[in-house]
Design a protein around this ligand. Structure first.
Ligand code: NAP
Length: 470
């Protein structure tokens, strides 16, 4: 969803232009050095290792050899530095030999801001005559060995010399990675921080989900368990495990799903109000928009839990007991309940809406997988995520309305004067759907489309001032 906007895809590289059996050098025979060497060999390069102990560095990929750093660097134009930054000073005496060569810095640090400068900038200072390129540090040794997969097929690089960057980009492309140029070496710190980030886009959605889940859990605990205990002297604590969980999950899921669409609606109204699309959205709205995918996936996870919990309802001891007790009491009293067609329609529609809604939910989730979204055109992707998204929200909201049906009319619904959880969960989706309907009105839709095509509303006062100044 949030593709790096400032990254530039290097023009496709003609891999046939890469000289066959080009010799590449790798300093360091550790995990990354070995994996990289293995992969480079598979791609048709010749590899030589530079090592402190060339005679005793263990088994290396077949077809490679280990030499001293100096000897290894001699014939290769491009050297991968697969050594921790702490040991870079061993290269200082090699500066004359490394002059004019491309040094690929693959290093990472254990934590952010460990050093005042980036590792690649430090390397450039140590060997000023070399062309340092920061690259490959966002890939693990494992990913390098196994080749690119969807989640890790990008190689970010940066450096001050365009030719050096192009040489590294050619190698990465030949290895099957797509290359994203992040600019000059001053971007190295940013690249070095990438692997240290722990689910950066997930923090806000996870916090929100935990907050919503905890709030609704305690709210429903109060209404469904404590109320029964205090007001009716009944111990209903067993409901915590299934009944309560199966109320909290759909409630949180529906709210999260509507929160995926609310920022888009707010953005549309902001654009209409401002009469332009060229003014930046507030930061909070930007951040909210960037985590819509995560919100959607969490919503899907909670909807899936709701489905699983619903499937076990008929096996529950409590449900079987209530059913048997009801049947026996009817037999005892010689009573039969007439078939209620309205009730049959209501429950069937309720289940049907839920199933269709969940089906669309799954489609939304599948289409957000990188392997699927990469295969879709932008139009197809936005159709699924937007149009299908609203349809999913509609079905799930309708499903919840059918669950409530006419319960809102009965005073017994409002235990301790509090509305039931499902009623609260309907607030945000209903608002989102109503606002969306408003945006779909032809006159509103027309204005919004014009604004999104670049039209700007001009302020008559501002215009007259401008014409006076002209
Ligand atoms: P490693 O397994 O510890 O290997 C580092 C290699 O550096 C050693 O095998 C050694 O090779 C050489 N070395 C150690 N001390 C040295 C010294 N004092 N002077 C000169 N050379 C020395 O580390 P690694 O996992 O391969 O990582 C290497 C670099 O790649 C690190 O900067 C790391 O941040 C980066 N990286 C690693 C991964 C990963 O998945 N492992 C992923 C991304 C980036 P010789 O004995 O042959 O000299």
């Amino acid at each position: 969803m949030s593709e790096e906007p400032d990254s530039v895809l290097l023009c496709s590289v003609n891999t046939a232009a890469v000289p066959r059996h080009e010799l590449l050098c790798i300093f360091g025979t550790g995990d990354l050095g070995r994996s990289l060497g293995q992969r480079l060999l598979q791609c048709g390069y010749k590899v030589v290792y530079g090592s402190r102990r060339p005679g005793s560095c263990g088994s290396l990929p077949a077809g490679t050899q280990a030499l001293s750093h100096e000897a290894a660097a001699q014939h290769a134009h491009l050297i991968f530095i697969c050594v921790q930054r702490e040991h870079y000073d061993f290269m200082e005496p090699l500066a004359p030999q490394l002059k004019g060569k491309v040094l690929v810095d693959v290093s990472n640090n254990l934590k952010k801001n460990m050093y005042t400068d980036a590792n690649a900038e430090y390397l450039q200072r140590l060997i000023p005559g070399a062309h340092v390129v920061k690259a490959f540090n966002t890939l693990s040794a494992w990913a390098l060995q196994n080749g690119p997969a969807d989640a890790n097929r990008q190689v970010y690089l940066c450096g001050n010399n365009a030719e050096a960057k192009q040489a590294v980009a050619e190698i990465a492309t030949k290895m099957g990675f797509s290359v994203l140029d992040r600019g000059s070496l001053s971007a190295a710190r940013e690249l070095e921080d990438f692997p240290l980030q722990l689910f950066p886009g997930w923090r806000l959605p996870i916090r929100l989900t935990i907050g919503l889940t905890a709030s609704f859990f305690f709210y429903l605990l109060l209404r469904d368990v404590l109320y029964s205990y205090i007001a009716q002297q009944k111990d209903m604590s067993f409901r915590i495990m299934v009944s309560l969980a199966n109320k909290v999950f759909p409630i949180v899921s529906l709210i999260l799903l509507s929160l995926c669409y609310l920022p888009g609606i707010i953005a549309a109204f902001l654009q209409l109000y401002r009469g332009t699309k060229y003014k930046r959205f507030p930061d909070w709205l930007d951040r909210w928009m960037l985590c819509r995918k995560q919100l959607g996936l969490l919503a899907l996870a909670f909807a899936s839990l709701h489905v699983l919990y619903t499937l076990i309802i008929s096996f529950r001891y409590y449900v079987r007991f209530r059913l048997a007790a009801h049947t026996i009491s009817q037999i005892r009293e010689n009573k039969t309940s007439p078939f209620d067609t309205t009730m049959a329609w209501r429950t069937d529609t309720y289940y049907s809406m839920g199933i269709i809604g969940f089906g669309f939910y799954l489609l939304l989730g599948i289409s957000s997988l990188p392997s699927v979204s990469n295969a879709l055109s932008w139009r197809e992707f936005s159709f699924i995520q937007s149009k299908l998204g609203y349809i999913t929200l509609f079905f799930c909201t309708f499903h919840t309305y059918l669950y409530g049906w006419d319960r809102f009319l009965y005073p017994s619904t409002y235990k301790w004067f509090t509305p039931p959880g499902y009623m609260l969960s309907l607030v945000v989706p209903t608002v989102v759907l109503l606002l969306k309907l408003l945006l779909l009105l032809p006159c509103v839709d027309r204005s919004l489309t014009r604004i999104r095509q670049g039209w700007e509303r001009t302020d008559p006062e501002e215009e007259s001032m401008k014409s006076l100044l002209r």
